[in-house]
Design a protein around this ligand. Structure first.
Ligand code: SAM
Length: 475
C-alpha cells in the first residue's frame, strides 16, 4: 500500500507489528488501530482481523475508510462523473486568476517544466489565453539570477487571505482582489458550500501549492461534494482520499506542511517549481486506480469501521469497537501532527478555519488557530507519562491486549526520564512497568531503523514494541 508522505509511518515495521499482535492476543478476531495515521498498519491487520481504525484527524480517517470500509466502488475521478462541475468551479477561479496562472506557467516553462505536468485528462486547466501568455512571457527575465529573483518576488509577494485585513492584490493578481477579501471568506465561513470553492486558492496559493494546483484542488473538492446517487458516501470518500494523497505527495514544502519554503537559494526555486509543475488531478487519478485495484484483489471484513475521535472518546464507545487487541502508535515527540498535516485536515473539513495570528499577523505557516488544532497530551513533557499510563490502564480495563509502538532515542517520555538521570536500561524497565501494572505479561521488543531526518542524513533510531497480554482487570 502506497501511503501519503508521513513522519513515523510504520510501513517498514508491519511484519513485526503483526507478529506482536498475534502474540499479544492469540486467537483474536478483531483489532483496533487506535492512532492510524496513514492506515498502513490497519491495512496490514485487515488481512487477518476485523479492523477498526481511528485517528483524531479527519484526513487520516478518510484515508482509512477509503481502503478498509464500505462497498467497493469503481473509479470516481473521471470526466463523466466530475468533469462538468470541475470545469464550472475552475472557470470561476480562472476569471480571477488567469493572468497570475499565465505568469506561473511562463516561469515553469522558463525552467524547463510543463505547466500542466503532463496533465491531459479531465482535470487539465488547459493553456491560458494567448494575450495573457504573451504578456506573462515578457515578464520573465532571461538571465537565470534575475529570473530566480523575479519568481521569488511573484511567489512570496503575491497575496493570500489574511486574518488581519484584505491584502492589496497587484500586478498579475490585480483582478483577483475579491478572491482574497475578508468578505469572500466570511461568507464561506458561514456556508462552506458557497460557489465557487476557493479555500486552497485563497489560503495556500504559492504557499503549499502552485496556482494551477490550488485551482485543481478546489475544483475537484467542489466536484466531489456534488456527487450523489448510489453509494455516494463511499465514492466521495474514495475520491477525497485520492485527492488528499495527491496533495500530500505534491506539497511545495519538504515532505509535509509545517512551513513553506523560503525560496532563499536559486536551487530551492527550481525544486519548488518542480513540485508545482506536478499534475494533482493525474496523481489523484493514479492513486485512485491503485486503491480500486487493491480493494478488488482483497476481500475485507464487512464489519471494518473507521472513527475520527480522541482515543478517550472512542473508548467511551467501546461497544461499537469491541476489539480483542489494540495497536497504539502515539506521537513520539513534542511535534503535534496537527501542525505538520494541517493542510490535509483543512482540505478534508473544507470549512475555511480561522488562521493563527501572531503579533497581529497571520503566520507564514498558515495554520488554523491553535484552538482549532488538536494538541496531543502525548506531545507535552509534563503530560506524556500520565497519558500513556491512562491509555494502558483503560485498554486493559476493556479486556483487550495491547501492542504499543514507541521511540527510544526520540520518544518524549524517554527524554523526560533521561533528563531525570535514568539510564537507558532503567528507562526501558520503567516503560515495561507501566504495562506490568495492568497486564499479566509484558515484554519489550526492539528494532533499529535508519530514519532520514530533516536533512538527508540517516539517523539510527530504536523502535520499541511493547507487547502486553492478559489484562488484569478482566482476569
Ligand atoms: C505516529 S502517528 C501514527 C502513524 C501510523 N501508525 C502509521 O503507520 O501511519 C500518530 C497519530 O496519532 C494521532 N493522534 C495524536 N493524538 C491522538 C489522540 N489523542 N487520539 C487519537 N489519535 C491521536 C495523530 O493524528 C497521528 O496520526
Amino acid at each position: 500500500m502506497r501511503t501519503i508522505w508521513y513522519m513515523g509511518a510504520k510501513t517498514r515495521l508491519t511484519t513485526e507489528i503483526l507478529r506482536a499482535v498475534e502474540d499479544a492476543a492469540p486467537g483474536a478476531r478483531s483489532a483496533l488501530d487506535l492512532m492510524t495515521g496513514t492506515s498502513v498498519v490497519a491495512w496490514a491487520l485487515s488481512d487477518r482481523y476485523r479492523v477498526v481504525a481511528n485517528d483524531v484527524q479527519a484526513y487520516a480517517t478518510t484515508l482509512a475508510r477509503a481502503s478498509l470500509c464500505g462497498p467497493k466502488v469503481g473509479p470516481v475521478l473521471t470526466e463523466r462523473t466530475l468533469g462538468r462541475r470541475f470545469r464550472e468551479n475552475a472557470n470561476a477561479l480562472l476569471d480571477w486568476l488567469e493572468p497570475a496562472v499565465a505568469l506561473e506557467d511562463a516561469f515553469l516553462e522558463a525552467y524547463g517544466f510543463d505547466p500542466e505536468g503532463g496533465e491531459r485528462g479531465p482535470f487539465a486547466l488547459g493553456p491560458m489565453g494567448v494575450a495573457a501568455r504573451e504578456r506573462a512571457r515578457r515578464r520573465v527575465p532571461r538571465d537565470p539570477q534575475r529570473r530566480a529573483r523575479a519568481y521569488r518576488a511573484f511567489a512570496l509577494g503575491g497575496p493570500s487571505f489574511l486574518e488581519e485585513g484584505t491584502p492589496r492584490a497587484t500586478g498579475p493578481f490585480r483582478g483577483a482582489q475579491d478572491l482574497f477579501a475578508q468578505a469572500t471568506i466570511g461568507v464561506r465561513r458561514e456556508d462552506p458550500g458557497t460557489f465557487p470553492y476557493l479555500l486552497a486558492s485563497s489560503y495556500y496559493p504559492n504557499v503549499y501549492l502552485g496556482l494551477r494546483q490550488a485551482i485543481v484542488v478546489d475544483s475537484l473538492r467542489y466536484a466531489i461534494d456534488g456527487l450523489g446517487g448510489a453509494q455516494a458516501a463511499q465514492r466521495r470518500t474514495q475520491a477525497l482520499a485520492s485527492l488528499l494523497h495527491a496533495t500530500s505527495v505534491t506539497t511545495s514544502a519538504t515532505s509535509h506542511f509545517c512551513q513553506p519554503r523560503g525560496l532563499v537559494r536559486d536551487s530551492e526555486v527550481k525544486a519548488v517549481l518542480a513540485r508545482r509543475s506536478a499534475a494533482i488531478g493525474a496523481r489523484a487519478q493514479g492513486y485512485e486506480r491503485e486503491l480500486v485495484a487493491l480493494r478488488a484483489s482483497h476481500e475485507r471484513n464487512p464489519g471494518n469501521a473507521a472513527f475520527c475521535c480522541d482515543w478517550r472518546d472512542l473508548y467511551r464507545r467501546w461497544n461499537e469497537v469491541g476489539a480483542d487487541v489494540v495497536y497504539a502508535d502515539p506521537p513520539y515527540t513534542s511535534d503535534n501532527y496537527s501542525r505538520f498535516y494541517h493542510v490535509l485536515e483543512v482540505l478534508t473539513r473544507y470549512d475555511y478555519p480561522t488562521l493563527e495570528v501572531r503579533r497581529g499577523r497571520t503566520t507564514k505557516g498558515r495554520y488554523p488557530a491553535r484552538a482549532l488544532r488538536h494538541q496531543s497530551p502525548f506531545c507535552v513533557r509534563r503530560r506524556v507519562e500520565g497519558e500513556l499510563r491512562e491509555l494502558i490502564a483503560q485498554t486493559a480495563a476493556r479486556g483487550a491486549a495491547l501492542v504499543l509502538s514507541y521511540g527510544e532515542e526520540n520518544g518524549l517520555l524517554f527524554k523526560v526520564w533521561r533528563a531525570r538521570g535514568l539510564s537507558a536500561a532503567a528507562a526501558r524497565r520503567r516503560f515495561l512497568e507501566l504495562a506490568r501494572a495492568h497486564y499479566a505479561h509484558a515484554e519489550l521488543r526492539k528494532r533499529t531503523l535508519l530514519h532520514s531526518g530533516q536533512g538527508d542524513s540517516n539517523v539510527k533510531v530504536t523502535e520499541l514494541l511493547l507487547v502486553a497480554r492478559g489484562p488484569r482487570t478482566c482476569a
